[in-house]
Design a protein around this ligand. Sequence first.
Ligand SMILES: C[S@@+](CC[C@H](N)C(=O)[O-])C[C@H]1O[C@@H](n2cnc3c(N)ncnc32)[C@H](O)[C@@H]1O
Length: 377
Amino acid sequence: MTTTPVLHDIERYIPVIGDVNQKNAIAYQLTRGAVSTVNAVQMAVAESYINGLEVPDSVLKALFNTCMPVFFKYFPSLLAPYDWVLKETNQLAEGSKDLMKVQYDMPQAMLNPMLGDWDLIYPKYSMGLWQKGAANLEESQKHMIDDMIEKMDIQDGDNILDFGCGWGCVANYILSKFPNVRFTGLNLSHWQCEYMRAKMQDPKSYLSSGRFTLYEGDMNTAEFTEKFDKILSVGVFCHVGNLTNSFQKLASFLKENGVVFIHIITVRTPNNISSPFTHKYIFPHGRYWNYDAVPSHNKDLKTVNRWYLNGINYHKTFAAWLENFDANQDYIKQLNYGIDYARFRRIWRFYLLWLGTNFGTCDGEYNGNGQYLMVHT
Ligand SMILES: C[S@@+](CC[C@H](N)C(=O)[O-])C[C@H]1O[C@@H](n2cnc3c(N)ncnc32)[C@H](O)[C@@H]1O
């Protein structure tokens, strides 16, 4: 929501509406107080569903479709459930071990079929690009990587770092297209690394070409002996709490004329957002940076281009994941999630419905993905 300068000045004194970062001390505290009520309501809805309240998907979707446009357009400050969502944290990434436990190291036999696992396109846990006419999830992920190749201007012979590389999908696809590209992947998830190690032994996989190096480790402590022509990071910076320091780190890994390409979930609201439900059950310490956050935290890197990708692309990706999750119930209900399966299933269905619907609200114009191309300052 844009306001005139005079209105903007008055807004500083009014709680809840507009940009919470600009409020005076009293309006800020009153806004934070109102957030506690919104948090409590959100958790009550989520936990009623998780604990067994029978609600058809259509009712949940209608509820989210009714509320979220109002929050996005008029009350985005209420979508910042904790103070830390609005600020940078000390560490690059907080709570990484918890994140692996509740999310990325969940049984891969559940995650992989949900995300899709094909010969060339391995499980990819990020937005597919549907707006160019993709017929299915696999094609949408190919379109997304093709689009990234173009935006990053990848050249045969590039030495590329994938910062938070998932299952090696982007690396495998790009290695298949460029016979002289080299890739290094960094990932903290042990089971995703095990997937890539198996592919590195599989002659059908481009990860076995000798041009792929894997580092299992935490981005907080990652160091490399070589420098890279291109650094890409897809769907990872929602787990990064300090943009300034992380860009300083990436800059230290980058060759003088290199480029960094960051692809993240973003919101076109004045403040960053998160959700108490996702913090507790899905992505501990996760936040969605507002669209201006990356360029406004540039010190060691500067943003030379950026793109907003409409949220409908993620809405469709989440719908495909939910369909896969439901279609594989007979098999995945036998796996060990450390909690009762019925509860686990409801937590994950709520997550897929909640985020999937939110990306589609407001025609995808508020909650989408951002891509940023950066170079040395
Ligand atoms: C949403 S997934 C995206 C994966 C991949 N880039 C893709 O598009 O499929 C986020 C990835 O970041 C990794 N990750 C999260 N926190 C990390 C950390 N502290 N250090 C290293 N990797 C991390 C996760 O294990 C996961 O592979």
